[in-house]
Design a protein around this ligand. Structure first.
Ligand SMILES: Cc1ncc(COP(=O)(O)O)c(C=O)c1O
Length: 409
């Protein structure tokens, strides 16, 4: 039996309608930007394996760091114990994170990094004696993950609607003016944004001035700013962190995806000293009661440290900058078929559609066409985007851009 047949008998895939979806692609190995299938096809990973991969698949240095760590300490409970990979990664992150970040709390994926941020924000105000401050302000078209809190903070959409009775209410705004009105009329615990790039909501690019404006409003109304950099962190928008475009620093930042270069699940929620200090007390009820079995997994931390080394050794941000130039030139002609948006290592075109949105059937149809040409893309409905690992070569990018131009042109 083929891998696909065996899969069909026992598995349930994410975001997949099994009745109508094509069979999953059986991948047996991967290297650089290429995925290799059971039947000897080579496919370019044009979505960085759901936006996580940055230095390429099966990178020798990352492989070595993982193997070394596995030989020393694979995992240990992180309540009451500590270990070098967790400490060193926190030290390294605090050196490069936006100004003011002073504490690192680990979890194990992007959604949990967001859940932690939301819970920290709400308890922060309780611990400070202002329990009425509990409203969370988010943006329309936001996507913050699939756990219940992260869904609450995301756009009310086909992803979340079935679960509406589980979700807590949030205030969704479209611009700074609406945000300010909300801050004037509600007791707000935190404003949460995906800085510069809203990903799953349709690859929407925001001006840096908007991010700076959110910071200003949070200062003016004395509330917390949460930056969800699960997608944008680690170079995806051209800067190490998207907040840098606006020279703004949040009070809480969420990281995952590129954190481990696409190797292992790990989440980080980093905060300022001021947030951390609100949890210090003789009163044990002020403790942050949150943790996961795999919190601060040493294997994941070791790979994350090695990935940060690679940023230096391979001048990774310069690669993103070169990639951005090539994407800008390559996507320019697509303005004739839709709205083109390029930032850092991400290029998108929102195709003109009479049924825009995630369920636009054009998405799966285009995905199948690209796949037949050896390019893995997963359009978000009528938004076709290309987000390869940063290690992609100029000729590989040119090849992928050709496929996109031929299919969409
Ligand atoms: C901005 C943002 N936040 C949170 C998440 C959730 O991350 P995960 O899929 O690791 O739970 C995602 C995932 O795409 C994301 O793009």
């Amino acid at each position: 039996m083929s891998l696909t047949d065996r899969d069909k008998a026992v598995l349930w895939h994410p975001y997949t309608q099994a009745l109508t979806a094509p069979a999953p692609i059986p991948i047996v190995r991967a290297e650089g930007v290429w995925l290799y299938t059971e039947d000897d096809r080579r496919i370019l990973d044009g979505i960085s394996s759901w936006w996580v991969n940055i230095h390429g698949h099966s990178h020798p240095k990352l492989n070595a760091a993982l193997a070394k760590q596995a030989g020393e300490l694979e995992h240990v409970v992180f309540a009451g114990c500590t270990h070098l990979p967790a400490v060193e990664l926190a030290e390294r992150l605090l050196e490069i994170l936006p100004a003011g970040m002073a504490r690192v709390f680990y979890s194990d994926n992007g959604s949990t990094a967001v859940e932690v941020a939301l819970k920290l924000a709400v308890q922060y105000w309780i611990n400070r004696g202002e329990p009425q401050r509990k409203t969370i302000v988010t943006l329309h078209n936001a996507y913050h993950g699939d756990t219940v809190g992260a869904m609450s903070a995301s756009e009310d959409s086909v992803f979340t609607r079935a679960f509406s009775n589980l979700l807590f209410p949030v205030e969704r705004v479209r611009d700074l003016q609406e945000m300010e009105q909300c801050l004037q009329t509600h007791s707000v615990a935190a404003v949460m944004i995906e800085p510069i790039l809203q990903g799953a909501g349709g690859m929407i690019v925001w001006p840096a001035e908007f991010v700076a404006g959110v910071r200003r409003l949070c200062d003016r109304y004395d509330t917390l700013m949460i930056a969800d950099e699960v997608l944008t962190g680690f170079g995806r928008t051209g800067k190490m962190f998207a907040c840098e475009h606006a020279a703004s620093a949040p009070d809480i930042i969420c990281l995952s995806k590129g954190l481990t270069a696409g190797y292992l699940p790990l989440g980080v929620t980093a905060t300022t000293t001021s947030v951390y200090d609100a949890f210090l007390s003789d009163d044990r009820s002020k403790t942050f009661f949150h943790g996961h079995s795999y919190t601060a997994n040493p294997l994941a931390c070791a790979v994350a440290i090695a990935s940060l080394d690679l940023f230096r050794e391979e001048a990774t941000l310069a690669k993103v900058s070169r990639l951005e130039q090539q994407l800008r030139a390559g996507f320019e002609p697509l303005r004739s078929v839709g709205d083109v948006r390029v930032i850092g290592g991400v290029a998108a075109v929102e195709l003109t559609s009479n049924k825009p949105g995630y369920l636009d059937q054009i998405g799966p149809r285009l995905a199948a066409t690209f796949l037949a040409r050896g390019l893995l893309l997963r359009p978000l409905g009528n938004v076709v985007y290309f987000m390869p690992p940063y290690c992609i070569s100029e000729s590989e990018t040119a090849w992928a851009l050709d496929q996109i131009a031929v299919v969409l042109g």
